[in-house]
Design a protein around this ligand. Structure first.
Ligand SMILES: [Mg+2]
Length: 154
């Protein structure tokens, strides 16, 4: 059976970047770009239901799921911090599925779950964009309902 390839973004989709950024800014008020200081990406909290939802997608036999995240290129620590975050919150199976890429439009696949529609190649993604946090995809519960409905009709 051919599987649907699904990509899942990290910042503002799996991870609560806003909460972490605010916390990091308080810690480093003197910095213009507090995100360039090590420790932000590793400390992000998962968004509500993000972990269970990712695990549901990853275990589904009809889906081939990857994490697709763009790096903060000014911050070399973010590459390793993202990798550690994935292991800590989602485990080694998810680490094997972690793709860090500045251009999401190069990836082949069917679905991209991402809070941004443009900026890191999302606009050139060949599949369908599920814009997390907007419209019918306002939260993880509605994203999972979409896939349950979609896959039930197969
Ligand atoms: Mg994002």
């Amino acid at each position: 059976m051919a599987k649907y390839i699904v990509y899942v973004d990290m910042d503002h989709t799996l991870c609560d970047y806003d909460e972490g950024f605010g916390r990091h800014q308080l810690k480093h008020p003197e910095l213009k770009y507090p995100q360039s200081e090590p420790g932000l990406y590793i400390s992000l909290k998962p968004l509500p239901n993000a972990i269970e939802s990712f695990e549901w997608l990853m275990k589904h036999p009809a889906l081939d799921v990857y994490i697709l995240t763009a790096p903060s290129i000014q911050n070399p620590h973010c590459y390793s911090e993202k990798r550690i975050w994935v292991e800590e919150h989602l485990g080694m199976e998810a680490v094997r599925r972690l793709i860090i890429s500045p251009n999401k439009g190069l990836n082949k696949g069917h679905y991209l779950i991402d809070d941004c529609a443009i900026g890191k190649g999302q606009e050139n993604f060949e599949g369908e964009l599920i814009q997390y946090g907007f419209g019918r995809f306002k939260d993880w519960k509605s994203v999972i309902s979409f896939f349950k409905e979609k896959l039930a009709g197969e």
